[in-house]
Design a protein around this ligand. Structure first.
Ligand code: PAZ
Length: 325
């Protein structure tokens, strides 16, 4: 999931790798429908919001990409990401006045559902003797809030949810989003919290059918996923405000790796986090400072994403002011 690598890829080689990736990827099943939804969403949200100036749109990516091992996929490589970071951040971006394109892995945590039990349909509802379905008393407040806030965001045209599963779908949809957000200029933000696979099996060299265990030990060559952050910044959305994430399990190398990513991909900030403490603390690394952001421990329900989004929204404001003045 590491977006950085110590081996430099020359520019032309990178573009070749990217072209090969897109040309050989299986076409998106619902590509035209996604493009239409994006067009409508951006049109609605690119109008000025009265006294508050032009609206800001953030693309939040969330959850992990899978790497299929067979075309008729039975097995795939996956990662740990629960999608909690992306879902929580989306709620705080909406509160901060942003419209959000939420690109998330199917089946991972969704905005406004975080306070519901794991299986909400079975645990929050009960069926009466007359076969009427009603919300259980103990969950009624949480269900009302979740449905109310979700409906307000989606029906108000402020939240567009786009799902992905594979690395192919993720990068193709991210490209469509970035191109559609280009016209928003500095008012666009990318908040790339998804855990994106580093290696994949190219579609062309992938076997069609389920790999047979009777064939003995599996010997498979995985190719590096091209570093799309570079093209996102240079070509897809060159003036958007871009935040990427860096996850490590070894605290000794975390900040160094975050700084490398900041420079290499020309990000405006990199949010550094450790696997075990990621819900407690993150460090926002920019070219001039490193700011530790902590969860407010005095409040049980407080999230680290609350002060994090507040800080990033402020940095985005300074960026807009600086570039648009
Ligand atoms: O999805 P989650 O809440 O379980 O975890 C969030 C996270 C650790 C995936 C995210 O904060 C992050 O660091 N994403 C980038 C991972 C990486 O490619 O380095």
């Amino acid at each position: 999931m590491d977006a950085t690598s110590n081996s430099e890829t020359p520019k032309d080689t990178l573009y070749d790798e990217i072209n090969t990736f897109f040309e050989s990827a299986p076409p998106l099943k619902d590509g035209p429908d996604i493009s239409r939804k994006l067009k409508e969403f951006i049109e609605r949200n690119s109008q000025s919001t009265g006294g508050r100036g032009a609206s800001r749109v953030v693309c939040v990516t969330s959850g992990g990409t899978t790497v299929p091992l067979e075309k008729r996929c039975v097995r795939y490589i996956d990662n740990f990401s629960s999608g909690h970071r992306g879902a929580a951040s989306t709620e705080y971006f909406l509160k901060a006045g942003y419209s959000v394109i939420f690109l998330s892995r199917r089946g991972t945590c969704q905005p406004f559902c975080r306070s519901l039990p794991e299986d909400p349909l079975l645990e929050c509802f009960e069926v009466s003797k007359e076969l009427n379905v009603r919300v259980c008393q103990s969950h009624s407040e949480a269900v009302r809030t979740a449905i109310g806030e979700h409906c307000a965001a989606v029906e108000g045209g402020l939240l567009l949810k786009l799902p992905f599963t594979t690395i192919f779908e993720y990068l193709q949809i991210l490209q469509l989003i970035a191109m559609s957000m280009k016209n928003l200029g500095t008012h666009a933000m990318f908040y790339l919290a998804a855990a994106v696979s580093d290696f994949y099996v190219p579609w062309k060299s992938m076997v069609e059918h389920k790999i047979q265990s009777s064939s003995g030990p599996l010997d498979m060559r995985l190719v590096q996923v091209p570093k799309m952050l570079s093209v996102l910044r240079k070509d897809w959305a060159p003036v958007a405000f871009c935040i990427s994430f860096k996850l490590e399990t070894d605290s000794k190398i975390l900040l160094e790796k975050a700084e490398i990513a900041l420079k290499k991909y020309n990000m405006h900030a990199v949010v550094a986090n450790e696997l075990l403490t990621r819900k407690e603390v993150v460090v926002v690394v920019t070219s001039s400072e490193k700011i530790s952001v902590h969860r407010d421990k005095t409040e049980a329900s407080a999230d680290v994403e609350s002060p994090l989004i507040e800080l990033l929204a402020e940095k985005h404001s300074s960026y807009i002011e600086h570039l648009d003045s």
